[in-house]
Design a protein around this ligand. Structure first.
Ligand code: ATP
Length: 343
C-alpha cells in the first residue's frame, strides 16, 4: 500500500488564500479517490508576521524539511511589509533551505486562450544568482551579488536536458556570457559538457536579449528553455503571457538530488497581486494547475490529468475570470472546474 503523503499548505498573502481555497477541495477529491494524504495548514504570511513577529520559525522549517513530502504554496508579499522581509524569510528560505534547484514553468495555452499550439517549458534555477540576496547598500553605491555554483547549474541543466529528451524537443540556454563572463561563463561551460553527453537533444545557447526577440517573433520554435534565476523569472512571465496571462501559469519546484524528505513545492507563477486581493477577481487556474503538477510529481498521474482536463473543459466552455475576458469570480471559477472532475 502507498505510504501516506504529508502535504503542507501555506496560503500566504493577498490573493494567495483566495486561490488556495479553490485548490484545497482537490485534496479532498483525491483523498476520496483513495490517495493517502495528510494535510498540514500553516498560517505563515504578512498577517501572522504583523501579529506575532514570526516569519517561518526554524522548528517549523525543520518539520517541513524532514516531516513533510511536499508543499502547496499560494503567494507572499504585502504592502504593509514594504521591505518584503517576511516574504524572503518564508519563500526564499523554503526554496534555498530545501535546495529546490529546479523551478519548472510550463506554458500550454488553454482552449481559446493565448496562442494555440505552443508548448514551451521554462526550467529556471531557483536558489542562486542575483536572487540569492547577497549584497549591500551604502551611500551612493548598491551591490547585488550573483553567485552561481556548479552543482546547482549542473542540476538545473540536467533536468532541462531530461525534459527536452522526454519530449523530443529542442533545448535553448538563455545567457549573457558575453558580459556576465564569470557566472554565465560557468553556465555555458556546463551546458557545452552536457550537450556532448546528450547528442540526441538539439541544443543551442542564445544571448537572452536575442532570445526574447526570437521568442516574441516565433514562439513555436522553442521547446525547453533553461535559464538562471533572474532570466528565468523574466522569460517565464513572457511565456505566461502567451498562455493567457499571469493568472493561468503554474509552477513546480523540486530538488532532483532529493537531499531531504520534502522535495517539491508547487505555487502559481503569479505573486500576491495586492491590487486585486479581496475582490474575487483572482484567477485560480494557475494555483489549480500547480496542484496538478504536484499530483503528477507525487506519482498521481491520472488525477493530475483529470485536473488539467477539467480546467481545459471549463475554459473551453467559456467559463472564465475577468483577466481572460469572462465575468466569473475566483470561487465560481473553482466550482466550474471541479464540476468537470470525474467522481
Ligand atoms: P512577484 O514579484 O511576487 O511575482 P509581481 O510583482 O510579479 O509579484 P503579481 O502579484 O504577480 O506581481 O501581479 C502582477 C499582475 O498580475 C497584477 O496586475 C495582478 O493583478 C495580476 N495577477 C496576478 N495574479 C493574478 C491572478 N491570479 N488572476 C488575475 N490577475 C492576476
Amino acid at each position: 500500500m502507498d505510504s501516506v503523503i504529508r502535504m503542507a499548505l501555506i496560503p500566504g498573502d493577498g490573493v494567495g488564500p483566495e486561490v488556495m481555497a479553490e485548490a484545497e477541495p482537490l485534496l479532498d477529491w483525491i483523498r476520496a479517490r483513495g490517495r493517502r494524504l495528510e494535510v498540514l495548514r500553516l498560517p505563515y504570511g504578512a498577517d501572522h508576521f504583523l501579529t506575532t513577529g514570526e516569519t517561518l520559525p526554524e522548528s517549523v522549517f525543520q518539520d517541513l524539511r524532514d516531516g513533510c513530502d511536499a508543499i502547496l504554496f499560494g503567494a507572499v508579499g504585502d504592502p504593509r511589509v514594504p521591505d518584503g522581509r517576511h516574504a524572503e524569510e518564508i519563500l526564499l528560505r523554503l526554496r534555498q533551505g530545501l535546495d529546490l534547484t529546479v523551478n519548472f514553468r510550463p506554458c500550454r495555452p488553454l482552449p481559446g486562450v493565448g496562442q494555440a499550439g505552443l508548448h514551451i517549458e521554462v526550467f529556471r534555477e531557483n536558489t542562486e544568482g542575483p536572487y540569492g540576496l547577497q549584497g549591500s547598500t551604502e551611500p551612493g553605491r548598491a551591490v547585488d551579488m550573483a553567485v552561481h555554483t556548479e552543482p546547482a547549474v549542473r542540476r538545473l541543466l540536467e533536468a532541462a536536458f531530461a525534459g527536452a529528451a522526454a519530449r523530443g524537443c529542442a533545448l535553448t540556454l538563455a545567457h549573457k556570457a558575453n558580459v556576465l563572463k564569470h557566472g554565465h561563463g560557468l553556465w555555458v561551460r556546463v551546458f557545452q559538457e552536457l550537450c556532448a553527453a546528450h547528442p540526441q537533444v538539439p541544443a543551442r545557447g542564445m544571448h537572452a536579449d536575442i532570445l526574447l526577440c526570437a521568442l516574441v517573433q516565433d514562439p513555436r520554435s522553442f521547446g525547453v528553455i533553461a535559464a538562471d534565476n533572474y532570466l528565468g523569472d523574466l522569460i517565464s512571465d513572457l511565456t505566461a503571457a502567451f498562455a493567457g496571462g499571469m493568472g493561468t501559469a503554474p509552477s513546480l519546484s523540486w530538488a532532483p538530488h532529493r537531499p531531504f524528505r520534502c522535495a517539491a513545492l508547487a505555487e502559481p507563477v503569479h505573486g500576491s497581486a495586492p491590487d486585486i486581493a479581496g475582490s474575487g477577481l483572482a484567477n485560480p487556474v494557475g494555483m489549480i494547475l500547480s496542484t496538478a503538477l504536484l499530483f503528477r510529481h507525487l506519482g498521481w498521474k491520472p488525477e493530475a490529468q483529470a485536473v488539467e482536463g477539467a480546467v481545459a473543459e471549463a475554459i473551453g466552455r467559456g467559463m472564465k475570470t475577468r483577466d481572460l475576458g469572462g465575468s466569473l469570480s475566483t470561487a465560481d471559477m473553482g466550482t466550474a472546474i471541479r464540476s468537470h472532475l470525474p467522481r
